[in-house]
Write a protein that binds this ligand. Structure first.
Ligand SMILES: C[S@@+](CC[C@H](N)C(=O)[O-])C[C@H]1O[C@@H](n2cnc3c(N)ncnc32)[C@H](O)[C@@H]1O
Length: 219
């Protein structure tokens, strides 16, 4: 059951996060900036969570839904996947992709800093390429919200850009319109620890400038 039958959200929730409204161009641009390794990055992202059939999954800032749709194939019919994003255009594209692929994902309007879910709802939460869209205060509130909605022993997987270390990386980031981005994914672990996460690990992905953080809620 894809969610294409739902009306597209028309009101935009209030947030300090930076929305992407040019949703129709988003996937081609990600393919361009990842040098056609977009699907490999998506697979690597989902693999980090070691999803089990039947798992309940949330993607915050889901954009056009790549990660949520792939997760849905892995958790199967006994599992469930929700994707939230405040951009109505992103949600509309994600729903169209769900319809086209026949995947079951509940794409909803929403913001990371005020998740509309009960405590301990999800086994896994993904945040893919979105943390850098948030100012520091919203990042911290968002991480606290993720810790709240994850079950005990739940897993958070964050993928994001690393801080640029060379002139070349700074140039690439500027071309990607992320030149002003100061901190990178490697600065997130202290924030995760402050939000109560344990077993915080960091690592690389198949893209040089993109890294991950994986962490758990206490069991
Ligand atoms: C670069 S896109 C990433 C989309 C997708 N996760 C991916 O991996 O391609 C960042 C997304 O974060 C969304 N966003 C911005 N502020 C947000 C907030 N406060 N809560 C949730 N999502 C937010 C934007 O609308 C945008 O779709």
């Amino acid at each position: 059951m894809s969610q294409h039958h739902q009306a597209s959200p028309t009101t935009i929730p209030s947030t300090g996060g930076k929305l992407i409204r040019w949703a129709d161009y988003y996937d081609p641009l990600v393919s361009l900036f990842t040098l056609a390794r977009r699907s490999k990055l998506r697979q690597a992202t989902v693999d980090l969570a070691r999803l089990q059939p039947g798992a309940s999954v949330l993607e915050v800032g889901c954009g056009t839904g790549d990660v949520a749709l792939l997760a849905s194939a892995q958790v199967g019919a006994s599992g469930s996947v929700v994707g939230i994003d405040p951009s109505p255009e992103m949600i509309a594209v994600a729903r169209r992709k769900a319809e086209k692929t026949g995947r079951t994902v509940d794409f909803q309007s929403g913001v990371i800093e005020a998740l509309a879910f009960a405590d301990h709802t999800f086994d896994v939460v993904f945040s893919s390429l979105m943390m850098h869209h948030l100012p520091a205060e919203i990042k911290q509130r968002g991480l606290a919200e993720i810790a709240r909605v994850l079950k005990p022993g739940g897993v958070l997987v964050i993928i994001d850009m690393k801080q640029a270390r060379t002139h070349r990386e700074r140039l690439v980031k500027t071309l990607m319109l992320h030149g002003a981005m100061g901190n990178g994914v490697q600065h997130l672990p202290p924030l995760l620890q402050a939000a109560g996460f344990t077993q915080v690990e960091t690592g690389d992905t198949n893209l040089r400038m993109v890294g991950y953080v994986r962490a758990h809620t206490p069991a």
